[in-house]
Structures are given as C-alpha cells and as structure tokens.
Ligand binder design. Structure first.
Ligand code: SF4
Length: 431
C-alpha cells in the first residue's frame, strides 16, 4: 500500500478517494497491489497510520544520500507556498455568529425545533446536532486563541475583534489570501531544497498565512533532519527580518536574502538609509555631516507577540533648526531628527554587505532554479493545490509523503547513475 501511495502521489493523485478509484482503473496500481482492492476507508486509515513514521523515513533517506556521497547537504534554499485547506472559503464564522449558533443548538437540545423553524445550517437529528455542538466548541477554542494572538500585536497591526473569523470545517487552518488573492482557509508549506542535489532537506506545514518568523523554526527542522546545522541558506526578503537573522546566527547558518523593504515612517522624509552608521563612535552621521548620538532605548512590539529593543539616536536641535534640509528631514519635530536602531541591525547590515558581492549574487540565482521549481512542480504536476483531509496533522502527512516520494526517486536515480557509470568504467577497463 505504501508503494501505491508513493506512486499515486507522484502521479498527482493526493486523495485516498482517488487511490481507491485507481485500485480498479490503474494498471500499475493493480500490479502493485497484486489483486488487492483496499476500500476507501482503508486508504484513509492507512494514511493516518503512516503519519508518525514519515519524518523518520525522510531522515533515513537523507542520511543514506549523504553517506553515499550524493550531497554534502550543507547548502539549501528555503521557500514557502500556501495551499488551500479542505474547507469552504464562504462559510467562515465570527464571534457573534458562533455565539448565536451555540445558543440555538442549546435551545434545540432542550426542545427539538419543528422542521419549518430549524435554521438551514442546523442538523435535523439530535446526533447530528450533538456533533455540531462539539465542532462549535473546537471552533470557539481556535477563535479564542486567534483573539489572544491579535491582542498581543502592536496597535497598527491589530484587527478589530469582530473581524476575526474562523473556519468551522477546519478550525486549525489559517485565514489569509492565497497567491490568486482569494481569502480562504489555508496552510503554509515550507520546504528547504538542497542546492547540490534534487533532495528536499526539510519540510514543515504551518497554520499561518505568511512567512514572517519562520526561518528559525525551519532551521530547527533542518537540524532535526540532518542531525547538524545547515551552513548556507538562500531565502527571500520575507525571511530576512532582524529576529530571523538572529535565529540564523544562533544556528550557525549564513543567510543570503534581499533586505526586506522599509516599512513605517514618513515616505517624504529623508530615509534612514541615507544616514551612515559609525560603529567605532556608536553614532549616526546625517547627510549634512552632523552626528546623531545615543539618547535612550525603547521596546517595540512587532507583528508577532515578541518585542524588539530599539536604541534611539538624535541630532542636536540647534543643528537641525539651522539646516537647509530640515523640511525634508525632520519637518514635524523641534527636537532634532531621531533614528532608531534595532538590536539586530548589525546582522541586517552584514547581510546587505554580503549580498552586494558578485559571489553572493551568483549563489542567490540558484534559488530560482531549485526551490521555486519544486513549488511550481508540486502545484502543477503533483496537483497539490488543496489538501485532501482536515487539520494540520493531515496536511503535514500529505507533504511528508510527497517529500518522501521525491527524495526516494532522487536517491534511486543517483544510485542507478552510479551503477551505469561503474558499468561503463568496468567495460572500459575490460576493453
Ligand atoms: S535636519 Fe538635522 S539630521 Fe537632518 S540633515 Fe539636517 S542636520 Fe542632519
């Protein structure tokens, strides 16, 4: 059954219902099953049963590839893509609707409503309504969690409480816009592709709609998969925030990524990039040559619940008042221009310096030829556009099977190439 599952996954059939159909219609599947015809529920149960073993199987494949010298597994490219959850994008519940439905279900439990009075969403039988009540409880828990997270965000990133919605079909899924701009329940699939072979070094599925803050968790996954840290990692600018770079430095990985675009601040103002950081003097120099010196520190919330420490540097008031650039540099402040420097800014500056070299630019071009192609292949040829099963565990299992099928093929292809090369070598020697 595992062979069938791997074969079907490579053929772009990701759901147990499709595997069941293939047991009758596909010659390769019938041959693999040797006459067996597992039922649909049997395929679902089998997929659930193998889920806990997938990580270990993938680790074994990687270890074998490294042992055979197919790859040093030291350089990877990271990328993420969103895949639709197995849930409706039209049926999303906010707090008020959840509460109303909970009350209606409680009333229906006390006295079953007549068919004409029953709302369209309510199950007709007591057993159906009991299951609905259970699902509603799980949905409520997830909504509470999302509201707690939202309350921890800084005010500019915080949503209004009534705008937070959750999917009752798959409460674990994140709500966000997919690549086509459609707001729907989805999961975020992250993979690290090897730069020196077709192997995938690490994968993970997250219930969040964007890539912010995922570099650290992916480096941890790499360490689990390889048993050691990765040396070089290519990523896009979404992974190059200060906290991400700090996580990479702690893990001993060198990141190559474009710097994230500047956010916040007044766009008409002279940007911070035009101020030079003087590391020896621990001060900034402004475009007019004046020094901005340290005046204090503060902590600022980021989009995640974590906070970042900021050091503040200010130019003396008398310089700014007399400056011809004042209207563009500090139009609304009589205190002199202030620049903030985060605790991770030295890492961001080191990244910018690294990315300016010709070697880094050549290395970074490999990203478009590796991990981005894998993502395109998964969506186009493996047809992974929507998960076939609900919940994070199920999504992780489907991605794990896909990674296993891809890595096994890469391993077998490399071994057969080695065999062919050895045979050719042997014939040359014999001749
Ligand atoms: S306004 Fe102040 S900080 Fe800005 S350029 Fe002039 S002197 Fe420098």
């Amino acid at each position: 059954m595992l062979k069938v599952l791997l074969y079907e996954t490579r053929e772009g059939r990701q759901s147990p219902a499709q595997w069941r159909r293939s047991t009758r219609s596909s010659e390769p599947v019938r041959w693999l099953l040797r006459g067996g015809e597992p039922s649909r529920s049997c395929w679902y149960a089998f997929r659930d049963r193998i889920a806990p073993y997938l990580e270990d199987w993938n680790r074994q494949v990687l270890a074998q590839a490294v042992a055979e010298g197919q790859t040093p597994a030291e350089r990877g490219a990271l990328d993420g893509t969103t895949i639709a959850a197995d849930a409706s994008r039209r049926r999303l519940l906010d707090e008020a609707t959840l509460q109303r439905r909970g009350e209606e279900l409680r009333r229906a439990k006390a006295a079953a409503p007549a068919a004409a009075e029953r709302p369209g969403w309510m199950a007709p039988t007591p057993e159906g309504r009991r299951r609905q009540e259970e699902r509603l409880g799980r949905t409520r828990e997830r909504l509470d969690e999302l509201q707690r997270r939202n309350a921890g965000k800084r005010s500019s990133k915080r949503k209004k409480r009534e705008r937070i919605v959750v999917s009752p079909s798959d409460p674990e899924a994140a709500l966000g816009r997919d690549k086509e701009g459609v707001f729907r329940p989805l999961y975020n699939v992250q993979i690290v592709d090897d730069l020196d072979s077709p192997l995938i070094l690490a994968y993970e599925v997250f219930a969040q709609p964007n890539d912010a803050g995922l570099l650290g968790p992916m480096l941890a996954r790499l360490r689990e998969a390889l048993g050691r840290p990765l040396r070089t990692l290519l990523a896009d600018s979404a992974y190059a925030g200060g906290a991400d770079l700090a996580a990479a430095a702690a893990a001993g990985a060198t990141v190559y990524a474009p710097s994230p675009p500047a956010t916040g601040g007044d766009r008409r103002q002279i940007p911070k990039g035009e101020f030079q950081w003087l590391s020896d003097e621990q001060a900034y120099r402004c475009p007019r040559g004046q020094r901005l010196t340290y005046v204090g520190a503060s902590r600022q919330k980021r989009s995640s619940p974590e906070t970042v420490s900021l050091q503040l540097y200010r130019c003396a008031t008398e310089h700014c008042r007399a400056c011809p650039l004042r209207s563009r540099c500090t139009p609304r402040s009589d205190q002199g221009r202030t620049i903030s420097r985060s605790e991770h800014e030295n890492l961001s500056e080191a990244l910018q310096t690294r990315m300016a070299t010709a070697e880094a630019k050549a290395l970074y071009r490999l990203r478009g030829r590796t991990v981005e192609l894998v993502n395109a292949d998964w969506k186009t040829h493996r047809k992974l556009r929507r998960f076939a099963g609900r919940g994070l565990k199920s999504a992780r299992c489907q991605v794990g099977v896909l990674v296993l099928s891809q890595n096994l093929l890469a391993l077998l292809a490399a071994e057969s190439n080695d065999d062919r090369a050895a045979a050719a070598n042997h014939s040359e020697i014999a001749a």
